[in-house]
Write a protein that binds this ligand. Structure first.
Ligand code: AMP
Length: 473
């Protein structure tokens, strides 16, 4: 997993203890990552923190190091607790804290459902000083009196947005009653929707926010391109770029809801598997769209910044910036949806001539390397489509046993030099494409392209056979 490492302070310069420095060295951590640079000094100073960060940034050590440093190693009571949404994360965090704390000889215990409660109780009784657990099991042990938190002065809520999504709000609220009021609380969350703001308000004390750094760290790693596109033809230009690049998944960011409607309706009319996310969607509808997106049935989501905020999707191949955002920070947040965890990512901005000045301002603000792209030509799109088609047919052919095709040698030879060879091959390809099931992640999420914007679905074969002739720009 790639983690962006910045070259400012070293771990030693944070004033960490020798045993902890030794543990970090053993773990191969040479330089603090961006989120660690920002969070460790503040957390060490006892501040409550809200950190907007995702897995892959080094966030575990960002809270783990200060937590470990604060524990009184000679006192065998629970002094810190990390709540995580899933058992997998609990195990992962527990392992990392145990490694960081090994130099100081600390005991860390994980607590989650689905595993022997007896073993976990034994771990607590053996003198665990740090607990990492999921809310349900933690609350269970608190109610049974097997877990005591009256001397737990450090609390971390990891992936808090996911905890809310998984319906742990009630458990969290009950757990809070067991933790001393005089404590340090750090909340880590990839997104900060309304529910998270509620948690911050209820459980944190005048927190410091760290939000941009790790998005920014990712954003520097991805490809940033822009296309100067006439406002009147932006939708066509976007469609062409999608046809050329064939993103496996994308988010298309617009500045207004009207734009969102118009762009998603346009793309739906072209037969693309698209849906829009708007803040007035019901929860059920939103979940349905997200389910479609995760399963690959929907491949493009059109949204405004506000509507996108509550969406936990950050593994996209492409981010399209359909309209230039007002602030450089919005650009970073949009772009930060791709290229996560060291993966490849493309951010493509469509910039109207009138927006060039503000676009330059935002690329200069963060010294991003922006490469200009031309509007894709029809020839390019067709050439790329044909290359994909050849690769697809060849891959299918290679899956067959050699004898399955051997009987056609004479037929293929007879085609060579035949005046209608290309017509016959075209017909065979046409037949092959017509066999492709229509629901093979093609077509839009019609239910989510509203009212008058709805358009009849085009068939996959229709769309593949002949790309639309683009309008003149
Ligand atoms: P996390 O975001 O906590 O899941 O961490 C992502 C990955 O980065 C994990 O594999 C960590 O072990 C690794 N990591 C965290 N901090 C550092 C660091 N300072 N140097 C190198 N690797 C790190």
């Amino acid at each position: 997993m790639s983690t962006t490492v910045t070259a400012s302070k070293t771990f030693a310069e944070f004033g960490l203890s020798e045993p902890t420095l030794h543990s970090l060295e053993e773990m191969g951590y040479e330089q603090p990552t961006t989120v660690q640079q920002e969070a460790i000094p503040l957390a060490s100073a006892g501040k409550d923190l809200v950190v907007q960060s995702r897995t892959g940034t080094g966030k575990t050590a960002a809270f783990g190091i200060p937590v470990v440093e604060k524990i009184d190693a000679s006192d065998a009571v629970v002094q810190a607790m990390v709540l995580t949404p899933t058992r997998e994360l609990a195990v992962q965090v527990c392992e990392e804290l145990a490694k960081i704390g090994s130099g100081r000889g600390l005991r860390v215990q994980s607590i989650y459902g689905g595993d022997s409660i007896g073993k976990q109780i034994d771990g607590i009784k053996a003198g665990a000083q740090i607990i990492v657990g999921t809310p349900g099991r933690v609350l269970d042990l608190l109610r049974r009196g097997e877990l005591k938190l009256d001397r737990t002065y450090s609390l971390v809520l990891d992936e808090a947005d996911k905890m809310l999504d998984m319906g742990f709000a009630q458990e969290m609220s009950e757990i809070m009653a067991f933790v001393p009021k005089q404590r340090q609380t750090c909340l880590f969350s990839a997104t900060v929707p309304l529910g998270i703001r509620g948690l911050i308000h209820n459980y944190l004390n005048d927190p410091t926010w760290i939000s941009l750094s790790e998005d920014f760290a990712y954003v520097r790693e991805v490809r940033h391109t822009y296309i100067i596109a006439p406002t009147a033809h932006k939708e066509q230009v976007l469609y062409k770029v999608i046809e050329l690049d064939q993103p496996t998944s994308s988010m298309i960011f617009c500045n207004t809801r009207n734009e969102v409607r118009s762009v998603s309706a346009y793309l739906a009319r072209q037969g693309l598997p698209v849906a829009m996310i708007s803040s007035d969607l019901t929860q059920a509808k939103r979940e349905q769209v997200m389910g479609g997106f995760r399963s690959g049935k929907i491949r493009h989501l059109v949204a405004t910044d506000v509507a996108a905020r509550g969406i936990d999707i950050d593994d996209l191949s492409h981010v399209f910036i359909y309209s230039t955002p007002d602030s450089p920070e919005d650009y970073i947040h949009r772009a930060g949806r791709t290229g996560r965890s060291g993966r490849e990512g493309d951010v493509v901005s469509l910039v109207a001539a009138t927006d060039l000045v503000s676009f330059n301002r935002l690329s200069n603000r963060y010294e991003l390397k922006m490469i200009e792209r031309e509007i894709p030509s029809d020839e390019e799109i067709i050439k790329r489509r044909d290359e994909r088609l050849v690769a697809q047919l060849l891959a299918e052919a290679n899956q067959l046993p050699p004898e399955a095709l051997a009987g056609f040698d004479a037929f293929v030879s007879s085609l060579s030099g035949h005046p209608d060879a290309s017509r016959i091959i075209s017909y065979l390809v046409h037949r092959r494409l017509a066999e492709t099931p229509k629901d093979e992640s093609e077509g839009s999420d019609q239910d989510n392209v509203e009212g008058e914007d709805r358009a009849p679905r085009k068939t996959a074969s229709k769309r593949r056979r002949r790309p639309r002739r683009p309008r003149e720009n």
